[in-house]
Write a protein that binds this ligand. Sequence first.
Ligand code: SAM
Length: 366
Amino acid sequence: MSSRDVHKEPFTEETITKLEIFEKYVEAWLPVFIYSGFKEIFIYDFFAGTGKDKNNIEGSPLRVINVIEKYTSDIIKSNTVIKLIFNELDLDKVDNLKAIVKEKLEKLDEIKEHIEIEIYREEFNTLFFNIYKSIVNNNSFPRFMFIDQNGIKQVTEEILLKIAELKRTDMIFFISSSYARRFSELESFQKYLKINKESFSESKPFHSHRVVTEYYKSLIPNNKEYYITPFSIKKNANVYGLVFCSSHSYGIEKFLRIGWQLNPNTGDANFNIDEEAIADGNLSLFEEDNIPQKLQLFENKLASAILKGNILTNKDIYSFTFNFGCLPKHANLVVQKLIKEGKIKTIRLTSQKVHKIIEEKIQIEK
Ligand SMILES: C[S@@+](CC[C@H](N)C(=O)[O-])C[C@H]1O[C@@H](n2cnc3c(N)ncnc32)[C@H](O)[C@@H]1O
């Protein structure tokens, strides 16, 4: 999954995990905007590949089209146009992609008029800055960007901040975090990511993708509402991963649900990232050991932030929760416990669509 050419051999299990998470997110994201009545919706696959692997397993561009097909009747009813922007630098791959996409569209007669596809063959960076101005000029349309780079170089600080400035734009990017860890000392590496070697824990190499994601989070100004969360993917001794970015809590809520479905202990990895017995199904006699470390830490941090007055409202509880990579149901358990223990007064909670909750102040019991 690093700098190897993924299209010269069958996709690995880990590549398929990556593509499935991407596809599930598009499937959860797209209907939100179809049902809200947006007439144009943009999806960018900046590193689109050939379309399929050697075994005919579909890659990201075809998966996007499959998702669109699932919503055929809604798209027709709402008269939405989905604009797909695919890009691939390699000439043979882009030719193959064009042929495969054409063949796919021919089978989608009913919805053909509602899909517009542009296929580019450009350096990502060049294409991104060329189209950025027109994106800013049409900033109200919903957009989703997939940056399935090889390695680590493409999502620079500048690119992340440019994307974070856009309204209604969610992004998932791939990054080879083990590679970032290994080369973090080199000066040439610092030109792309300014993560120093000390950020990575010697004892926890499998946390590299969490560390890399924290670096990206640190680039966002403190006063900006913006959510970034990782999903680590391990292959042999290396850790890669996806980084999800959104300015809307509903985006991260949807992404986190996908992660927690895949991993009910931490929600952020395709493996036992915290090296816990419970994740391997070994239950302890001591009840507290049967709660994943991440959830124990979450409970301590959330309860303390509430009681110290660092979190002021129910909305803030959920922002804190998403930033921690947890779900509303995890937060609700903590808050209900504080209520039961008489530490705070009853407060309105929700288990989904937290952006719709009526904001209420937390009242600490005297
Ligand atoms: C990991 S693969 C993408 C796989 C694709 N998402 C799929 O599902 O098949 C990365 C792709 O990016 C292409 N690529 C490499 N450098 C690029 C660049 N600077 N700009 C655009 N594409 C690039 C490679 O040829 C390769 O096909």
